[in-house]
Design a protein around this ligand. Structure first.
Ligand code: OYP
Length: 576
């Protein structure tokens, strides 16, 4: 049975008094002076406990806590979650350090096959599929749509000026009786552009410089073969030293060019799509909700289950992952200043619009791209979430005035725009909230904390465990001469044994199913008691069940299944 959630608490002497059975009320619906006074006092205490801090300039502000130990008990992992979190990583690291030793004392690290030697025990079906197929061009194209970072690919109608591909270069990749110009007009040409990586400072690891490129990759939607990479340039400024790599090049050169694209992909995926656009964005809503909405507020009741554990995991991330001596500094090419500069660049151009799936797909021109399961399933989840949110909000607000006159909600919104996302003039949140805008905003929060995080987080072991497919660092500069690429050069460029082991351990640790996961739409505590709200929740669950069945059906018999957005596998909040 579900526990009801305490809405009012106070102390008489040392005795805690709690009222659990309280229907949700906006401040305008609460009329008893004692209860109104309680709301005020609760918020004063919360604002003293949960304070904004600027951890670094130019990224979203966050909770003022040096480590997770400073968080109040209610926001901490429970024992089971904490011990699992700490043990699983140690298990993975121990497992891998044994392999590392075995390899160090055995043969050297000189062939791609050697990556197989750190690839036992920690495995998944997709990771194994990846190990078998990662060199194939269709698989590269597939990952742009249904890998861990499905938001980079965009359709283009003309080539970027700094990417001088001419039609005859790619003619042999085209279907018969067509050419690049025709296919550009037809909307069958796509681009991955990692311009944001240009100029990001590189890490130095144990005295050795690491390297970064800023690639452009052209893709073609082939009528028979699907989305295929057809040309790669590893730098933004074309000149003699940056050849355009083609599938017809010597196989090692084409393979290394693709690896360089995938290395940029690792950085953009982890730092921007995952850390910035899910973890850090959602933290803003955690802090503003805890500071500005009392527990009896309907919007608190709606959001709180989607904010569980996010403060703690983010504190852990700031102290152990992206800190001065954290895991990024130790093994990733953007470790040190790089990752922050990268995140700051993205934050400057981050828009509210890009966080809304319909707009995101339309703006990237990918609405017609076939087999883009991420798009199909995330739109299904968006619709379900949006109608759930509208149903709940509609029970407490009937008009724009109702929204504007809720001073707690207005303070919450101000905290978001002026504190959390301070200094972001082009973010594009509306300046005042209408009822409709409120529903959109709440849907965005829940969508990111659930579906979007699942889509980015849950596949990271699958796509990154086979290190050559998504390398976390590169130890040599990009190749300038297509004919000079050798296996020796590839192995000297890819992560070394210890970097590779760390990449496997961390992505396994974060990507595996969480033991105490609460799936989307399920609640460990009962927040709403009103019959009408419970009906809305039931309808949401029914919609999710239908989506579940539809996704299962669509994936039947597929060799590579896309199940990251299966509602039963999407967590209700960012907990890892
Ligand atoms: C927190 O004990 C988190 O060392 C991960 O952070 C890992 C630790 C702590 C280390 C625990 C320990 C989660 C929040 C976040 C996030 C999003 C970015 C994840 C990037 C993962 C990069 C993997 C790097 C592989 C080399």
């Amino acid at each position: 049975t579900e526990l009801t959630f305490p809405c009012y608490r106070w102390f008489i002497g040392d005795t805690k008094v709690e009222i659990r059975e309280a229907t949700a009320k906006t401040p305008r619906q609460d009329s008893l002076p004692q209860l109104l006074a309680h709301r005020k006092k609760e918020l004063q205490e919360r604002q003293a406990t949960f304070r904004w801090v600027t951890w670094a300039p130019g990224i979203p502000r966050c909770i003022d806590a040096k480590t997770e130990a400073e968080l109040p008990q209610d926001e901490r992992f429970d024992n089971e979650k904490r011990s699992d979190f700490e043990h699983s990583l140690h298990y993975a690291l121990l497992e891998l350090s044994l392999k590392k030793l075995a390899i160090r004392f055995g043969k050297s690290w000189n062939d791609l096959e050697d990556f197989k030697r750190i690839f036992w025990k920690l495995r998944s079906p997709i990771a194994e599929f990846c190990m078998e197929h990662w060199k194939e061009d269709w698989f590269f194209g597939y990952q742009c749509m249904n890998g861990s970072n499905p938001r980079m690919i965009r359709m283009i109608r003309k080539l970027p000026e700094n990417f001088p591909v001419v039609p005859n270069m790619v003619q042999s990749s085209m279907a018969s009786r067509t050419n690049l110009d025709k296919e550009l007009k037809a909307g069958n040409i796509y681009l991955l552009d990692y311009a944001i990586m240009d100029g990001v400072p590189t890490n130095t690891i144990r005295g050795k410089p690491q390297f970064i490129a800023a690639p452009l990759c052209l893709l073609y939607l082939h009528p028979d073969d699907g989305l295929m990479p057809i040309a790669i340039q590893l730098e933004q400024n074309p000149d003699r030293d940056t050849p355009i790599f083609l599938p017809s090049d010597p196989p090692m050169a084409w393979l290394l060019a693709k690896m360089w694209v995938r290395h940029s992909e690792f950085q953009v995926f982890q730092v921007l799509s995952h850390l910035l656009r899910t973890h850090l964005v959602v933290e803003v809503f955690c802090v503003s909700t805890l500071r500005q909405l009392p527990a009896v507020h309907p919007i608190y009741k709606l959001l709180y289950p989607h904010l569980r554990y996010t403060l703690e995991i983010n504190c852990r991330g700031r102290t152990q992952l992206i800190s001065a001596n954290g895991i990024f500094k130790r093994v990733v090419s953007t470790g040190g200043d790089g990752l922050l500069i990268l995140a700051q660049k993205e934050y400057k151009v981050l828009t509210y619009r890009s966080l809304q799936p319909h707009h995101d797909f339309a703006d990237r021109g990918v609405s017609q791209l076939p087999k883009y399961f991420y798009r199909e399933y995330s739109l299904m989840l968006w619709e379900a979430i949006h109608s759930f949110v509208s149903g709940i909000v509609g029970l407490y607000y009937q008009s724009d005035e109702d929204v504007q006159e809720d001073l707690e909600l207005q303070a919450w919104f101000r905290d978001i725009t002026q504190e959390g996302f301070a200094g972001l003039p082009n973010f594009g949140l509306p300046s005042t909230l209408t009822l409709e805008e409120l529903c959109t905003l709440l849907s965005v929060v829940i969508f990111i904390a659930t579906a979007q995080h699942a889509a980015t987080n849950n596949g990271q072991f699958d796509w990154c465990a086979w290190v050559p497919n998504t390398p976390c660092t590169m130890r040599h500069p990009p190749p300038a001469d297509k004919d000079a690429v050798t296996m020796e050069m590839i192995m000297a460029t890819l992560p070394d044994i210890s970097q590779s082991c760390m990449q496997m351990a961390i992505t396994w640790h974060l990507g595996r199913a969480q033991p105490d996961a609460i799936p989307l739409g399920q609640y460990a505590e009962e927040y709403f008691l009103e019959g009408q709200a419970l009906e809305v929740i039931d309808r949401f669950r029914a919609a999710l069940k239908e989506i579940e069945e539809q996704i299962v059906r669509q994936n039947e018999g597929l060799e590579l299944q896309y199940l990251f957005l299966l509602p039963s596998r999407v967590e209700n909040s960012i907990t890892i």
